[in-house]
Design a protein around this ligand. Sequence first.
Ligand code: 4LM
Length: 402
Amino acid sequence: MQAKKRNTPYGFATRAIHHGYNPQDYHGALNPPIFMSSTFGFKDSGHGTELFSGDAEGYFYHRAGNPTVSVLENRLAELEGAEAGIATSSGMGAITAAFWTLLNSGDEIIADKTLYGCTFSVLQHHIGRFGVKTTFIDMSNPDELARAISGNTRIVYCETPANPNMRLVDIAAIAEICKQYDASFIVDNTYCTPYLQRPIELGADIVVHSATKYLGGHGDLLAGAVIANREMIDQIRSVGLTEMNGAIISSLDAFLIMRGLKTLQLRMDRHSQTALKLAKLLQDHPAVDIVYYPGLVSSPFHQLASRQMSQYGGMIALELKGGIEAGRNFMDALQLVTSAVSLGDAETLVQHPASMTHAKYEPEEREKHGFTDGLIRISVGLEDYDDLATDMSDALSSLKQG
Ligand code: 4LM
């Protein structure tokens, strides 16, 4: 925090609102100014040379840095308990900026078997063309990593909870194994945000985000972030982001994410509370076969979640007794809940991973990677619990009658 200094550290919500910005630096403006400038003038030609060589600090071209974006980057790093961060134009931009920086031909990535569809597709369909081998394992069992890892393993990668089936990975246990082999452990923390889980404090090396989701929080932008130590971030910024994928966030989107961060804690509390109540309601409904939510005592990940996350988050997955057909009918019968991909918005969203977010998995791959064709995913929004409960109960009851 730059503005007012005190000895005790500020809490999460305070830092999410204030960190790294002093209104008095900008005419008292409560919000950081949106610098809409692709290029920045030099004091003289020598200054320009110094900026490019890194001998002087400052801004010279938006792809290398922008003052509005810098406030966001420092704030996200602070919230994750890390030294530095970069903001990107999408979650995929963040993930691939890290990959293009760290990987060389001949390296191996070991990834958890359940990943968001496009991340899976990068690893399964594309990265092999550059001589990088991917091995998928069940990372919820650290012994599988201990068996698979070798001196060639450059990156170990997971989401926890995993999209879409809510499997969890023990971050501290995996980090310990990675350290022995000098592999970079990357955790996609999109589902949790740093308010619910801070992987770097648990030993991970790099955190990536789709800031499109809870960090932005309002379904009005695409963005991503990479958070790590300063040396790593300097490398990812100059190689993967600035020179290789160019996935640069706009200053307007950086501003909107900071607006979202002001209510992150309030929103995550509400998402988590409503999701837990809905998960229990759905679990007890006769039309429902199984609910995947780490807050349920019946979840095999309940203990780990209680230790690793401060609350259980806003994402639920479920399977209905009538399989995929019942799932589609359930989605179509919902009146209030919107049928859409993405997550973390104020509006509750429902979607069918096998044909939507995870359609990049071949039908025969889905079971092996931990989810069935019948799985339905719900991103629980911020509406009144009673209205969501009524909408979902009515939709489920209509199935029984049908
Ligand atoms: C979705 N997800 O699931 P951008 N990491 C995780 C994600 O869920 C996503 C990304 C990265 C969904 C998008 C349609 C865990 C995306 C990729 O979409 O590039 O910001 O993030 O519904």
